[in-house]
Design a protein around this ligand. Sequence first.
Ligand code: ATP
Ligand code: MG
Length: 423
Amino acid sequence: MLTQAPRGTKDVLPEESGRWQAVEAVCRDIAARSGYREVRTPVIEHTELFLRGVGDTTDIVQKEMYTFDDKGGRSITLKPEGTAGTVRALIEHSLYAGPLPVKMYYLNAPIFRYEAPQSGRFREHHQFGIEAFGAAEPTCDAEVILTALRVLSGVGFQNLVVSINSIGCPACRKAYHEALRAFLKEKLSSLCVTCNGRFERNPMRILDCKVESCQSQLAGAPEMLDFLCDGCRAHFEGLKEALGALNVPFTIDPRIVRGLDYYTRTVFEVLMQTETGTLAVCAGGRYDGLVEQLGGPSLPGIGFGMGLERVLMLLAQEGVILPDARLFDVYVASLGKDARLPALKLAQALRDAGVKAEMDHAARSLKAQFKSADKLSVSLVAIVGGDELARGTVRLRNMQTKEEKEIPLEEAVKAIEGSIKHA
Ligand code: ATP
Ligand code: MG
């Protein structure tokens, strides 16, 4: 117990964090190119925010939230997704009063869901996500989808599939809900308890149910796309046209839903084919009613959330090597007691000059120190000690060519800096 992380959580160890940072750097770079700036919201929020912002007919709210009463008796929930907190911050700080659209991203945000842990599914995971508020036009939807794709291709993915759908607006969804209820009515006894609960309040969510026996009832179900009003249809056509203009291949998947009244029009997923089936790395959509629903002005919004564990897992499966920063450039080896302080001074002077330097603290043999240097894959070892010290010099050993040269100690930092730049 004591030495085991809670079920469904995992450590990112020092040897893996370089890969995370490489992905994060791509996220930041791509987001910044379209004017998204980072927002950092608390890990905890009032439970009410998610009941209203995510919706109480979703799996997240019905089954997956980590909710508790704090010592003051308030109901608090660990963030189960990134959008609601971002919208809360937008409203609380009146960010919509400035120029529109307001563009924000969150990175490495810890997300908590009480799920059955399995491959690619954790109880704590981390998301990169972007949100754009104040632009209703489909070109903005295309921009958001492109941002997801550029991040994913930027980290090294190739065969990405974008699936899009439109779930209309509250006006045209009414007729669709009626048609869906009529279709499902006879099948209610075969649907799970949760879906029975959704039937009256939000039948569209049944399309998203993970239970096999529910899925098998859905063949031939009516599709929202056939019920879109003129405005929603034109918006969907606009999105398809924009993606076409950007040469983005996409498929239309009528089963993708964000089944809440304040989610509107565009929904999308970016999928990866894996050995065990397809896995969504990124999911997003438009939520033109959400800001108002949470007490703000009427302001359209669209965004996505990308699961970073899935991104890293799939990259490993695809054999994509991320640039992993070298831990050290140079190893300062020392010989004898008198060399300890000069070695420490040299190592620190190198670090101050921006060179990644390690040294021996344990007075080990030169052979043992070379071994360490080898393990750390440094390109250079600086040897301080013995005769060199007496002459005021240091010996530099190129670990690749095994060549050595002796240089004055006071020139060592400059010389090492120079040879590392050329390595
Ligand atoms: P699913 O249908 O697979 O449960 P979801 O609809 O719950 O997905 P979203 O809420 O849209 O997923 O989350 C956005 C992204 O976050 C997903 O596409 C996925 O990459 C990632 N994600 C979601 N849940 C988990 C989890 N439990 N562990 C790891 N990553 C997750
Ligand atoms: Mg889920």
